[in-house]
Design a protein. Sequence first.
Length: 109
Amino acid sequence: MINMINDVEIRHGKCFSIAVLESLQGDTPSLFSEYETYINYHAAKNINNIQTIERVWFRNAAAICGFNAQYSELKAKFKSCDFVALEKFDLTFKGKLKAYLKYLKFLLN
């Protein structure tokens, strides 16, 4: 990871955190993912040594089930998912609406 940070700092001529913050566009709560950034960097540097696996996941489960959902409820509602995330920004009206629309789309697929 230190190589990625160094590369970003050299390319932008400023510290990593400032370079990242200045490059974000928009105002949603999750514009930056350190995991996604690192894997994309690693994949670009090691293009012949990366194998990607598509996984089915649902990011907005908190809006559907709440934060105190039992494993059995999550398992029943998201049977075909490999991963389910419970994100706190789902609890706004807009977040819940988005989640329910995504869940409806998920059920129809």
